[in-house]
Design a protein around this ligand. Sequence first.
Ligand SMILES: [Zn+2]
Length: 267
Amino acid sequence: MIYLGPAGMPLDAKSTQDGMAILKEEGLNAMEVQFTYGVKTKPETAEDIGRLARKNGIKLSAHAPYYINLNSLDKQTVKKSKMWIYRTAELCDIMDAEIIAFHPGFYHGLEKKVVERNIIRQLRIMLRKIEKESWDVLLGLEVTGKKSAWGTIEDIVDVCKKLDGTIPVVDFAHHHARLGGALKKRTDFEYLFSKYEELGNDMMHCHLSCIKYGDRGEIEHLDLGEGEPDYKPGIPVFKQKKYDIVLIFETAARDKDALLMKKMLGI
Ligand SMILES: [Zn+2]
């Protein structure tokens, strides 16, 4: 089954209650709760969000803060990054959100092997904590759009193979941007899926948008249809999959883009 929904509340929502009802009315069934600029939500609020999501049949995930960097040269930043992820994990457990999406870290001029070792070390610490606290959530390592950030699909799949409790978050626009326009033909989409399928997971969590990019990769996200990639060649690939796929739209048009894609998929 393909689930679709916005990152954050739908555009016309005035409250969480309102937002969930709008999603249901629109025929959407997923939402990524945004903690991108801080994890300030209270546990009681998370409980409400979870209850409303269940009532309206909305599958939840969450995005941890943008400033997370597990490979920072500043030890304090690494420590704080883990704290932000723990706070998000606790809220996810309360809300019944399955995945925490986050951007693992930047290169800072270090060799890939070193960066990976640092990131894996921090992930292991976090996975132990998540297990100890019995938080029912997966760490979602997002494919990143900037070349200065660690996180190609290949590297992320390799790390996820080593660590139970982690899962890639496949950001199609980021993949497209960091490789200077990778998604053009059906086979380009098939490659991304085949990489992901090496893990044998029964679900796939994705971010979809168009994107502006340059020599260094991602510049900014754009609404669907307002630039590259063109998702049309990928449509048959999305449709033929037997496992669950969650498509989250982190664009200004949010739920409107989710609806546009729903129409393109013919579902
Ligand atoms: Zn992200």
